[in-house]
Design a protein around this ligand. Structure first.
Ligand code: 7TS
Length: 433
Protein backbone atom coordinates (compact mmCIF):
# COMPACT_ATOMS: atom_id res chain seq x y z
CA UNK A 1 0.00 0.00 0.00
CA UNK A 2 2.83 2.36 0.84
CA UNK A 3 3.88 2.47 -2.74
CA UNK A 4 0.67 4.26 -3.62
CA UNK A 5 1.01 6.69 -0.73
CA UNK A 6 4.59 7.46 -1.63
CA UNK A 7 3.63 8.84 -5.03
CA UNK A 8 3.33 12.52 -5.54
CA UNK A 9 -0.20 13.87 -5.12
CA UNK A 10 -2.29 14.06 -8.24
CA UNK A 11 -2.76 17.54 -9.64
CA UNK A 12 -6.53 17.58 -9.67
CA UNK A 13 -6.89 21.28 -9.11
CA UNK A 14 -9.12 20.47 -6.14
CA UNK A 15 -8.28 20.03 -2.48
CA UNK A 16 -8.75 16.59 -1.00
CA UNK A 17 -10.23 16.31 2.47
CA UNK A 18 -9.38 13.88 5.24
CA UNK A 19 -6.37 11.96 6.37
CA UNK A 20 -4.29 10.00 3.84
CA UNK A 21 -4.70 6.90 6.00
CA UNK A 22 -8.45 7.12 6.32
CA UNK A 23 -10.55 5.08 3.99
CA UNK A 24 -12.86 6.27 2.55
CA UNK A 25 -10.74 9.39 2.60
CA UNK A 26 -13.06 12.20 1.58
CA UNK A 27 -16.66 13.27 1.16
CA UNK A 28 -16.79 12.12 -2.45
CA UNK A 29 -16.65 8.47 -1.29
CA UNK A 30 -19.83 8.75 0.76
CA UNK A 31 -22.85 7.34 -1.10
CA UNK A 32 -20.63 6.79 -4.12
CA UNK A 33 -22.86 4.07 -5.54
CA UNK A 34 -25.64 6.62 -5.89
CA UNK A 35 -23.51 8.35 -8.54
CA UNK A 36 -23.92 5.32 -10.86
CA UNK A 37 -27.53 4.92 -12.05
CA UNK A 38 -26.88 1.58 -13.79
CA UNK A 39 -25.90 -0.17 -10.55
CA UNK A 40 -29.41 0.14 -9.14
CA UNK A 41 -31.19 -2.64 -10.96
CA UNK A 42 -32.20 -6.25 -10.54
CA UNK A 43 -30.74 -8.88 -12.85
CA UNK A 44 -32.51 -12.22 -12.95
CA UNK A 45 -34.33 -11.34 -9.74
CA UNK A 46 -31.20 -10.28 -7.81
CA UNK A 47 -29.57 -6.91 -7.18
CA UNK A 48 -26.86 -6.51 -9.82
CA UNK A 49 -23.30 -7.29 -8.73
CA UNK A 50 -21.14 -5.89 -11.53
CA UNK A 51 -17.70 -7.52 -11.53
CA UNK A 52 -16.75 -7.00 -15.18
CA UNK A 53 -14.95 -3.71 -14.78
CA UNK A 54 -11.83 -4.83 -16.66
CA UNK A 55 -14.04 -5.07 -19.77
CA UNK A 56 -15.67 -1.71 -19.16
CA UNK A 57 -16.55 0.47 -16.19
CA UNK A 58 -19.84 2.17 -15.46
CA UNK A 59 -20.34 5.92 -15.81
CA UNK A 60 -21.21 8.32 -13.01
CA UNK A 61 -24.12 10.68 -13.53
CA UNK A 62 -21.78 13.66 -13.98
CA UNK A 63 -20.24 11.99 -17.06
CA UNK A 64 -23.65 11.11 -18.48
CA UNK A 65 -24.76 14.70 -17.83
CA UNK A 66 -21.66 16.09 -19.55
CA UNK A 67 -22.63 14.18 -22.70
CA UNK A 68 -26.23 15.33 -22.54
CA UNK A 69 -25.24 18.92 -21.85
CA UNK A 70 -22.86 19.03 -24.80
CA UNK A 71 -25.53 17.82 -27.21
CA UNK A 72 -28.27 19.94 -25.64
CA UNK A 73 -26.30 23.18 -25.38
CA UNK A 74 -22.97 23.35 -27.21
CA UNK A 75 -23.09 20.88 -30.10
CA UNK A 76 -20.98 22.10 -33.04
CA UNK A 77 -17.87 21.04 -34.88
CA UNK A 78 -14.50 22.16 -33.52
CA UNK A 79 -11.55 24.13 -34.92
CA UNK A 80 -13.49 25.58 -37.85
CA UNK A 81 -16.54 27.65 -36.96
CA UNK A 82 -16.35 31.15 -35.57
CA UNK A 83 -19.90 31.11 -34.33
CA UNK A 84 -20.72 30.88 -30.64
CA UNK A 85 -21.48 27.18 -30.45
CA UNK A 86 -18.36 26.19 -32.38
CA UNK A 87 -16.23 28.39 -30.14
CA UNK A 88 -17.77 26.80 -27.05
CA UNK A 89 -17.30 23.28 -28.42
CA UNK A 90 -13.68 24.04 -29.34
CA UNK A 91 -12.93 25.55 -25.94
CA UNK A 92 -14.47 22.55 -24.13
CA UNK A 93 -12.65 20.03 -26.36
CA UNK A 94 -9.28 21.74 -25.84
CA UNK A 95 -10.00 22.10 -22.11
CA UNK A 96 -10.44 18.30 -22.03
CA UNK A 97 -7.01 17.99 -23.62
CA UNK A 98 -5.53 20.26 -20.93
CA UNK A 99 -7.34 18.23 -18.27
CA UNK A 100 -5.90 15.02 -19.70
CA UNK A 101 -2.38 16.48 -19.66
CA UNK A 102 -2.80 17.31 -15.95
CA UNK A 103 -4.31 13.87 -15.26
CA UNK A 104 -1.24 12.15 -16.73
CA UNK A 105 1.43 14.63 -15.64
CA UNK A 106 2.29 15.48 -19.28
CA UNK A 107 4.51 18.51 -19.87
CA UNK A 108 1.95 20.07 -22.22
CA UNK A 109 -1.45 19.48 -23.82
CA UNK A 110 0.38 19.14 -27.16
CA UNK A 111 1.49 15.72 -25.95
CA UNK A 112 -2.13 14.49 -25.71
CA UNK A 113 -3.72 12.92 -28.79
CA UNK A 114 -7.37 11.93 -28.63
CA UNK A 115 -7.94 8.49 -30.14
CA UNK A 116 -10.75 5.94 -30.12
CA UNK A 117 -9.12 3.99 -27.27
CA UNK A 118 -6.08 1.98 -26.26
CA UNK A 119 -6.20 -0.24 -29.35
CA UNK A 120 -6.31 2.83 -31.59
CA UNK A 121 -3.48 4.52 -29.66
CA UNK A 122 -1.16 1.53 -29.97
CA UNK A 123 -1.92 1.18 -33.68
CA UNK A 124 -1.05 4.86 -34.10
CA UNK A 125 2.41 4.32 -32.59
CA UNK A 126 2.95 1.12 -34.56
CA UNK A 127 1.95 2.70 -37.89
CA UNK A 128 3.53 6.10 -37.45
CA UNK A 129 6.61 5.72 -35.24
CA UNK A 130 7.11 2.05 -36.10
CA UNK A 131 6.75 2.54 -39.84
CA UNK A 132 9.29 5.37 -39.81
CA UNK A 133 11.84 3.88 -37.42
CA UNK A 134 11.91 0.09 -37.67
CA UNK A 135 13.52 -2.17 -40.21
CA UNK A 136 15.08 -5.58 -40.72
CA UNK A 137 17.23 -6.68 -37.80
CA UNK A 138 15.42 -4.49 -35.28
CA UNK A 139 13.60 -6.09 -32.36
CA UNK A 140 10.25 -5.18 -30.78
CA UNK A 141 10.21 -6.37 -27.16
CA UNK A 142 6.87 -7.27 -25.55
CA UNK A 143 5.87 -9.32 -22.51
CA UNK A 144 4.06 -12.63 -22.51
CA UNK A 145 1.09 -11.09 -20.67
CA UNK A 146 0.15 -8.48 -23.29
CA UNK A 147 -3.44 -8.04 -24.42
CA UNK A 148 -3.91 -8.81 -28.14
CA UNK A 149 -4.14 -5.01 -28.62
CA UNK A 150 -0.52 -4.73 -27.56
CA UNK A 151 0.60 -7.72 -29.59
CA UNK A 152 -1.18 -7.88 -32.95
CA UNK A 153 -0.31 -4.29 -34.06
CA UNK A 154 3.38 -5.15 -33.45
CA UNK A 155 3.02 -8.42 -35.36
CA UNK A 156 1.57 -6.48 -38.31
CA UNK A 157 4.41 -3.97 -38.05
CA UNK A 158 7.02 -6.74 -37.88
CA UNK A 159 5.55 -8.30 -41.00
CA UNK A 160 5.71 -4.95 -42.83
CA UNK A 161 9.19 -3.92 -41.74
CA UNK A 162 11.06 -7.19 -41.24
CA UNK A 163 11.57 -6.42 -37.52
CA UNK A 164 11.37 -9.35 -35.07
CA UNK A 165 9.33 -9.84 -31.90
CA UNK A 166 10.76 -10.97 -28.59
CA UNK A 167 9.08 -11.53 -25.21
CA UNK A 168 9.86 -11.06 -21.52
CA UNK A 169 8.66 -14.30 -19.89
CA UNK A 170 5.91 -14.51 -17.26
CA UNK A 171 6.56 -16.67 -14.18
CA UNK A 172 3.74 -19.22 -13.69
CA UNK A 173 0.31 -18.62 -12.17
CA UNK A 174 1.44 -15.74 -9.98
CA UNK A 175 2.07 -13.88 -13.20
CA UNK A 176 5.04 -11.71 -12.38
CA UNK A 177 7.50 -10.83 -15.14
CA UNK A 178 10.75 -12.77 -14.98
CA UNK A 179 12.99 -9.73 -14.62
CA UNK A 180 16.04 -11.97 -14.28
CA UNK A 181 15.66 -12.46 -18.05
CA UNK A 182 15.58 -8.76 -18.89
CA UNK A 183 19.30 -8.46 -19.63
CA UNK A 184 19.03 -11.40 -22.02
CA UNK A 185 16.09 -9.97 -24.01
CA UNK A 186 16.65 -6.21 -23.70
CA UNK A 187 19.64 -5.95 -26.04
CA UNK A 188 20.78 -3.08 -28.32
CA UNK A 189 18.72 -4.45 -31.26
CA UNK A 190 15.56 -3.67 -29.25
CA UNK A 191 14.22 -0.41 -30.68
CA UNK A 192 10.86 -0.48 -28.90
CA UNK A 193 9.65 -2.06 -25.65
CA UNK A 194 5.86 -2.19 -25.17
CA UNK A 195 4.35 -3.51 -21.95
CA UNK A 196 1.21 -3.32 -19.92
CA UNK A 197 1.04 -1.49 -16.59
CA UNK A 198 -1.61 -3.88 -15.21
CA UNK A 199 -2.50 -7.27 -16.69
CA UNK A 200 -6.17 -7.71 -17.58
CA UNK A 201 -5.97 -11.44 -16.78
CA UNK A 202 -3.44 -11.73 -13.96
CA UNK A 203 -4.11 -8.53 -12.04
CA UNK A 204 -0.36 -8.15 -11.67
CA UNK A 205 1.03 -4.58 -11.48
CA UNK A 206 4.27 -4.34 -13.42
CA UNK A 207 7.24 -2.26 -12.20
CA UNK A 208 6.90 0.13 -15.12
CA UNK A 209 9.21 2.85 -13.82
CA UNK A 210 12.01 0.28 -13.70
CA UNK A 211 11.09 -1.11 -17.13
CA UNK A 212 11.17 2.41 -18.63
CA UNK A 213 14.55 3.14 -17.05
CA UNK A 214 16.03 -0.14 -18.28
CA UNK A 215 14.68 0.46 -21.79
CA UNK A 216 16.01 4.02 -21.84
CA UNK A 217 19.47 2.84 -20.78
CA UNK A 218 19.35 0.51 -23.78
CA UNK A 219 18.14 3.21 -26.19
CA UNK A 220 14.70 1.66 -26.70
CA UNK A 221 11.49 3.67 -27.00
CA UNK A 222 8.80 2.65 -24.46
CA UNK A 223 5.04 2.18 -24.90
CA UNK A 224 2.98 1.71 -21.74
CA UNK A 225 -0.45 0.10 -22.09
CA UNK A 226 -2.38 1.81 -19.30
CA UNK A 227 -5.82 0.43 -20.28
CA UNK A 228 -6.20 -1.34 -16.92
CA UNK A 229 -4.40 1.21 -14.79
CA UNK A 230 -5.25 4.75 -15.86
CA UNK A 231 -8.49 4.90 -13.85
CA UNK A 232 -7.11 2.83 -10.99
CA UNK A 233 -3.62 4.02 -10.08
CA UNK A 234 -1.85 7.38 -9.99
CA UNK A 235 0.14 7.90 -13.21
CA UNK A 236 2.69 10.61 -13.86
CA UNK A 237 4.35 10.21 -17.25
CA UNK A 238 7.09 12.67 -16.29
CA UNK A 239 8.13 10.65 -13.24
CA UNK A 240 7.63 7.42 -15.16
CA UNK A 241 9.86 8.46 -18.04
CA UNK A 242 7.87 6.64 -20.72
CA UNK A 243 7.80 7.73 -24.37
CA UNK A 244 4.20 6.74 -25.13
CA UNK A 245 1.24 5.76 -22.96
CA UNK A 246 -2.15 4.50 -24.15
CA UNK A 247 -5.50 4.45 -22.35
CA UNK A 248 -9.23 3.92 -22.93
CA UNK A 249 -11.84 6.28 -21.51
CA UNK A 250 -14.49 3.59 -21.07
CA UNK A 251 -12.44 1.66 -18.49
CA UNK A 252 -12.08 4.74 -16.27
CA UNK A 253 -15.67 5.98 -15.86
CA UNK A 254 -15.63 7.74 -19.22
CA UNK A 255 -17.48 7.00 -22.47
CA UNK A 256 -16.68 4.37 -25.07
CA UNK A 257 -15.04 5.46 -28.32
CA UNK A 258 -12.56 7.86 -26.72
CA UNK A 259 -9.01 7.27 -25.55
CA UNK A 260 -5.66 8.96 -25.33
CA UNK A 261 -2.20 8.51 -26.66
CA UNK A 262 0.35 10.41 -24.62
CA UNK A 263 3.56 10.91 -26.60
CA UNK A 264 6.75 12.74 -25.74
CA UNK A 265 6.77 15.98 -27.72
CA UNK A 266 10.10 15.43 -29.50
CA UNK A 267 8.94 12.03 -30.75
CA UNK A 268 5.53 13.29 -31.87
CA UNK A 269 7.15 16.19 -33.74
CA UNK A 270 9.33 13.78 -35.71
CA UNK A 271 6.56 11.27 -36.52
CA UNK A 272 4.64 11.21 -39.82
CA UNK A 273 0.82 11.26 -39.78
CA UNK A 274 -0.91 7.89 -39.91
CA UNK A 275 -4.27 8.95 -41.30
CA UNK A 276 -4.96 11.72 -43.77
CA UNK A 277 -7.94 14.03 -43.93
CA UNK A 278 -9.29 17.33 -42.72
CA UNK A 279 -7.92 19.10 -39.64
CA UNK A 280 -4.47 17.48 -39.74
CA UNK A 281 -2.90 19.73 -42.40
CA UNK A 282 -1.36 23.17 -42.61
CA UNK A 283 -1.54 23.37 -46.41
CA UNK A 284 -2.90 21.13 -49.15
CA UNK A 285 -1.99 21.23 -52.85
CA UNK A 286 -3.30 18.88 -55.53
CA UNK A 287 -0.20 16.70 -55.36
CA UNK A 288 1.23 17.22 -51.88
CA UNK A 289 0.42 18.58 -48.45
CA UNK A 290 2.04 19.81 -45.28
CA UNK A 291 0.97 18.75 -41.82
CA UNK A 292 -0.24 20.67 -38.81
CA UNK A 293 1.91 20.22 -35.69
CA UNK A 294 1.06 17.52 -33.14
CA UNK A 295 -1.49 16.75 -31.81
CA UNK A 296 -3.62 17.94 -34.78
CA UNK A 297 -1.35 15.98 -37.16
CA UNK A 298 -2.72 12.78 -35.64
CA UNK A 299 -6.40 13.75 -35.41
CA UNK A 300 -7.71 13.62 -38.98
CA UNK A 301 -11.40 14.30 -39.47
CA UNK A 302 -14.04 15.41 -37.01
CA UNK A 303 -12.93 14.15 -33.59
CA UNK A 304 -15.05 12.52 -30.92
CA UNK A 305 -15.86 15.87 -29.32
CA UNK A 306 -18.58 15.00 -26.80
CA UNK A 307 -16.81 11.91 -25.51
CA UNK A 308 -13.50 13.76 -25.07
CA UNK A 309 -15.28 16.41 -22.99
CA UNK A 310 -17.05 13.74 -20.92
CA UNK A 311 -13.72 11.95 -20.40
CA UNK A 312 -12.37 15.16 -18.89
CA UNK A 313 -15.33 15.11 -16.50
CA UNK A 314 -14.54 11.47 -15.61
CA UNK A 315 -11.00 12.56 -14.71
CA UNK A 316 -12.42 15.21 -12.37
CA UNK A 317 -14.57 12.52 -10.79
CA UNK A 318 -11.65 10.13 -10.28
CA UNK A 319 -9.40 12.82 -8.86
CA UNK A 320 -12.13 14.00 -6.47
CA UNK A 321 -12.06 10.47 -5.06
CA UNK A 322 -8.27 10.36 -5.24
CA UNK A 323 -6.51 7.82 -7.42
CA UNK A 324 -4.37 6.66 -4.52
CA UNK A 325 -7.57 5.94 -2.57
CA UNK A 326 -9.07 4.09 -5.56
CA UNK A 327 -5.91 1.97 -5.76
CA UNK A 328 -6.17 1.11 -2.07
CA UNK A 329 -9.85 0.26 -2.45
CA UNK A 330 -9.21 -2.02 -5.47
CA UNK A 331 -6.31 -3.73 -3.73
CA UNK A 332 -8.22 -4.21 -0.49
CA UNK A 333 -11.18 -5.86 -2.25
CA UNK A 334 -9.02 -7.97 -4.56
CA UNK A 335 -6.75 -9.20 -1.75
CA UNK A 336 -9.78 -10.11 0.34
CA UNK A 337 -11.52 -11.80 -2.60
CA UNK A 338 -8.37 -13.75 -3.46
CA UNK A 339 -7.96 -15.02 0.13
CA UNK A 340 -11.63 -15.91 0.53
CA UNK A 341 -11.92 -17.62 -2.87
CA UNK A 342 -8.87 -19.70 -2.01
CA UNK A 343 -10.22 -20.63 1.43
CA UNK A 344 -13.89 -21.12 0.58
CA UNK A 345 -14.09 -22.46 -2.99
CA UNK A 346 -12.60 -25.96 -2.99
CA UNK A 347 -10.20 -26.74 -5.84
CA UNK A 348 -10.21 -23.23 -7.32
CA UNK A 349 -7.09 -22.27 -9.30
CA UNK A 350 -6.38 -18.56 -8.91
CA UNK A 351 -4.15 -16.55 -11.20
CA UNK A 352 -2.06 -13.54 -10.23
CA UNK A 353 -0.43 -12.57 -6.95
CA UNK A 354 -2.20 -12.94 -3.58
CA UNK A 355 -1.49 -9.30 -2.70
CA UNK A 356 0.05 -6.09 -4.08
CA UNK A 357 -2.27 -6.48 -7.02
CA UNK A 358 -4.93 -4.70 -8.98
CA UNK A 359 -8.66 -5.48 -8.85
CA UNK A 360 -8.62 -8.18 -11.57
CA UNK A 361 -8.89 -11.83 -10.43
CA UNK A 362 -8.98 -14.72 -12.91
CA UNK A 363 -9.73 -18.25 -11.80
CA UNK A 364 -10.43 -21.73 -13.03
CA UNK A 365 -13.03 -23.99 -11.42
CA UNK A 366 -11.89 -27.49 -12.33
CA UNK A 367 -14.57 -29.40 -14.23
CA UNK A 368 -16.66 -26.32 -15.05
CA UNK A 369 -16.14 -24.36 -18.26
CA UNK A 370 -15.70 -20.61 -17.77
CA UNK A 371 -18.73 -19.91 -19.96
CA UNK A 372 -20.85 -22.10 -17.65
CA UNK A 373 -19.48 -20.23 -14.63
CA UNK A 374 -20.40 -16.88 -16.17
CA UNK A 375 -23.85 -18.08 -17.30
CA UNK A 376 -24.69 -19.47 -13.86
CA UNK A 377 -23.30 -16.44 -12.04
CA UNK A 378 -25.50 -14.26 -14.25
CA UNK A 379 -28.54 -16.20 -13.01
CA UNK A 380 -27.52 -15.01 -9.53
CA UNK A 381 -27.19 -11.40 -10.74
CA UNK A 382 -23.37 -11.53 -10.71
CA UNK A 383 -21.69 -10.19 -13.88
CA UNK A 384 -18.34 -11.88 -14.60
CA UNK A 385 -16.38 -12.45 -17.79
CA UNK A 386 -15.29 -15.83 -19.11
CA UNK A 387 -12.94 -16.60 -21.97
CA UNK A 388 -9.36 -15.95 -22.99
CA UNK A 389 -9.66 -12.21 -22.26
CA UNK A 390 -7.66 -11.42 -25.42
CA UNK A 391 -4.67 -13.20 -23.86
CA UNK A 392 -4.62 -16.38 -25.94
CA UNK A 393 -0.83 -16.95 -25.89
CA UNK A 394 -0.71 -16.42 -22.10
CA UNK A 395 -3.61 -18.83 -21.59
CA UNK A 396 -1.81 -21.48 -23.64
CA UNK A 397 1.37 -20.95 -21.67
CA UNK A 398 -0.56 -21.50 -18.43
CA UNK A 399 -2.25 -24.61 -19.88
CA UNK A 400 -5.71 -23.05 -19.85
CA UNK A 401 -8.29 -22.57 -22.62
CA UNK A 402 -10.12 -19.89 -20.68
CA UNK A 403 -10.71 -18.49 -17.20
CA UNK A 404 -13.54 -16.83 -15.33
CA UNK A 405 -12.74 -13.31 -14.21
CA UNK A 406 -14.02 -10.99 -11.49
CA UNK A 407 -12.76 -7.43 -11.75
CA UNK A 408 -13.40 -4.85 -9.04
CA UNK A 409 -13.66 -1.09 -9.20
CA UNK A 410 -14.38 1.85 -6.97
CA UNK A 411 -18.12 1.14 -6.50
CA UNK A 412 -17.73 -2.53 -5.52
CA UNK A 413 -18.17 -3.62 -1.92
CA UNK A 414 -17.21 -6.45 0.42
CA UNK A 415 -20.83 -7.63 0.37
CA UNK A 416 -20.41 -8.27 -3.35
CA UNK A 417 -17.51 -10.65 -2.63
CA UNK A 418 -19.98 -12.55 -0.45
CA UNK A 419 -22.39 -12.77 -3.39
CA UNK A 420 -19.61 -13.93 -5.72
CA UNK A 421 -18.56 -16.71 -3.39
CA UNK A 422 -22.16 -17.83 -2.77
CA UNK A 423 -22.69 -18.02 -6.56
CA UNK A 424 -19.51 -20.06 -7.11
CA UNK A 425 -20.40 -22.47 -4.31
CA UNK A 426 -23.84 -22.96 -5.85
CA UNK A 427 -22.27 -23.61 -9.27
CA UNK A 428 -19.95 -26.20 -7.74
CA UNK A 429 -22.85 -27.97 -6.02
CA UNK A 430 -24.79 -28.01 -9.30
CA UNK A 431 -21.92 -29.50 -11.31
CA UNK A 432 -21.01 -31.97 -8.53
CA UNK A 433 -24.58 -33.26 -8.40
N1 7TS B 1 -4.87 -3.41 -23.15
C1 7TS B 1 -5.35 -4.01 -22.05
C2 7TS B 1 -4.41 -4.38 -20.94
C3 7TS B 1 -6.70 -4.28 -21.96
O1 7TS B 1 -7.18 -4.88 -20.87
C4 7TS B 1 -7.57 -3.93 -23.02
C5 7TS B 1 -9.03 -4.26 -23.01
C6 7TS B 1 -7.02 -3.28 -24.13
C7 7TS B 1 -5.66 -3.04 -24.16
C8 7TS B 1 -7.86 -2.80 -25.26
O2 7TS B 1 -8.68 -1.75 -24.86
P1 7TS B 1 -9.78 -1.14 -25.87
O3 7TS B 1 -10.53 -0.17 -25.04
O4 7TS B 1 -9.03 -0.50 -26.99
O5 7TS B 1 -10.59 -2.31 -26.33
N2 7TS B 1 -9.37 -5.32 -22.17
C9 7TS B 1 -10.56 -5.93 -22.10
C10 7TS B 1 -10.81 -6.95 -21.21
O6 7TS B 1 -10.01 -7.37 -20.39
N3 7TS B 1 -12.08 -7.38 -21.35
O7 7TS B 1 -12.65 -6.68 -22.35
C11 7TS B 1 -11.71 -5.77 -22.83
Amino acid sequence: MDRFLSRSPVASGREREGDENDFPMNKAWANLRDDFPVLHQQVNGHPLVYLDNAATSHKPRCVINALAQFYERDNANVHRGIHALSNRATAAYEAARERSARFLGAASAHEIIFTAGTTDSINLVACSWGGANLGRGDVILLTEMEHHSNMVPWQLLARRTGARLRYVPVLGDEGRLDLSQLDRVLTPEVKLFAFTHVSNTLGVINPITELCARARACGAVTVVDAAQSAGHLPIDVGALGCDFLALSGHKMCGPTGIGILYGRQALLDAMPPWRGGGSMISNVEYFESRWAPAPQKFEAGTPNIADAIALGRAMDYLDDLGRDAIARHDEKLATLAYARLKAEVPGIRLLGPAEHRSGVISFDLPGVHAHDVVTFADQEGVALRGGHHCNQPLMRKLGLASTSRASFYLYNTEDEIERLIAALRKIQRFFAG
